[in-house]
Design a protein around this ligand. Structure first.
Ligand SMILES: NC(=O)c1ccc[n+]([C@@H]2O[C@H](COP(=O)([O-])OP(=O)(O)OC[C@H]3O[C@@H](n4cnc5c(N)ncnc54)[C@H](OP(=O)(O)O)[C@@H]3O)[C@@H](O)[C@H]2O)c1
Length: 326
């Protein structure tokens, strides 16, 4: 679809987009399952949470960047485009030596993992962390960040071919869920329980994660991709309903008695919190400079082959991140 070029408003930067990160949220938007998207933008909607490119023009009062500079940033929708205007607080300089694809693949997964581990969990050295889908976008970033904080990570993956990627991200142990129930293997590996369990599968997995928390431990819920059918480009409403019914309801009396917590979040609100966004990106880019955090492995697709990229994400076989090139 052809639209007129965006005009940067006060405090905005006009970016010529070179790469776009693909996220599970884009799939949920496409399927009509992202409820708050309707609240923030309404329909019809252009998906896309993150881009990289070069600064094309600066709006009034935008002083942080120069025309021609390589930048990456986050956007609450609208990223699947060749040009975009973004508030400058949502943009950052591309680290030395990174490609446009690596830069576009970085912010959403790293910010999600940072928010879970640093903002919600205040992760301490020596903490035991369980990360599901540790070879994926958020899972790979969470594994690296937990290790950068001095924690020890047990990662789970859905197939043997993903083991190596989870190990490369820094997982001390990797459980291949295709070999049997992860909750048995993780109990043997960490009998005292986990300080943090990160879960975007949803349903049954949440119950098992809660049961494996050590005293003072936290279950962090940040997605529900297990409610979708792998390899299907539309939701099964029967599966969604069943998943909804099987999702545990946590009881505050029990949580107090067990000394375990359950927290859930989504990053959409962060767009109103430039202070937290800046704090997060300062720490993330510090780890990048220190060599403790790398961009995920990326696979690129031309923007017009977005359907193929979504199908790859929906297959559940992806490693690292998928990136679109306009
Ligand atoms: N709360 C937030 O603000 C926020 C922000 C970003 C992302 N998220 C959520 O984080 C999760 C991961 O997102 P991502 O973009 O980084 O994706 P991803 O982890 O790169 O890919 C999804 C992975 O989930 C696993 N999976 C399990 N069941 C699946 C199914 N039914 N269909 C497809 N994959 C399935 C697969 O890995 P294994 O088989 O190895 O487990 C797959 O590789 C998603 O649920 C997403 O919605 C939340």
């Amino acid at each position: 679809m052809e639209l007129p070029p965006p005009q940067p408003r006060k405090g905005e930067v006009h970016v010529a987009v070179e790469a776009i990160g693909v996220n599970f949220a884009d799939v949920a938007v496409r399927m009509g399952l992202y409820e708050s998207a309707k609240h923030y933008v309404g329909w019809p909607i252009i998906p896309g949470f993150e881009v990289s490119g070069t600064v094309h023009a600066l709006g009034a009062g935008a002083h942080g960047f120069q025309v021609g500079q390589a930048v990456f940033g986050v956007t609450r929708f609208g990223g699947y485009a060749s040009e975009i205007a973004l508030p400058e607080a949502q943009l950052f300089a591309v680290p030395e030596g990174w490609s446009a694809a690596q830069a576009a693949a970085f912010p959403t997964v790293s910010l999600t993992a940072w928010y879970a581990l640093r903002e919600l969990c205040k992760l301490r050295p020596g903490a035991r962390v369980l990360v599901h889908s540790a070879a994926g976008g958020v899972g790979g970033a969470a594994t690296q960040i937990a290790v950068a904080c001095g924690a020890k990570v047990v990662g789970t993956v859905g197939s043997a071919r993903k083991r190596e990627a989870a190990r490369e991200a820094g997982a001390e142990h990797v459980i291949d869920r295709s070999q049997g129930p992860w909750q048995h293997a993780s109990r043997v590996l960490v009998p005292g329980g986990f300080d943090v369990v990160l879960d975007a599968h949803g349903a049954e997995s949440l119950r098992h994660g809660y049961e494996q928390l050590a005293p003072g431990g936290r279950l962090i819920v940040y997605g529900f991709h297990g409610l979708l059918t792998r390899g299907k480009d539309s939701p099964s409403y029967a599966r969604l309903a069943l998943g909804y019914l099987r999702t545990p309801r946590f009881n505050p009396f029990e949580m107090t008695g067990h000394n375990r917590g359950v927290l859930a979040f989504n990053l959409s609100y962060l767009f109103e919190r430039a202070d937290i966004l800046a704090e997060a990106m300062t720490e993330l880019l510090g780890w990048v400079r220190a060599g403790q955090l790398r961009p995920p492995p990326v696979s690129t697709y031309p923007l017009h082959e977005v359907a193929r990229a979504h199908a790859a994400l929906e297959s559940g076989n992806n490693i690292g991140k998928l990136v679109l090139v306009p």
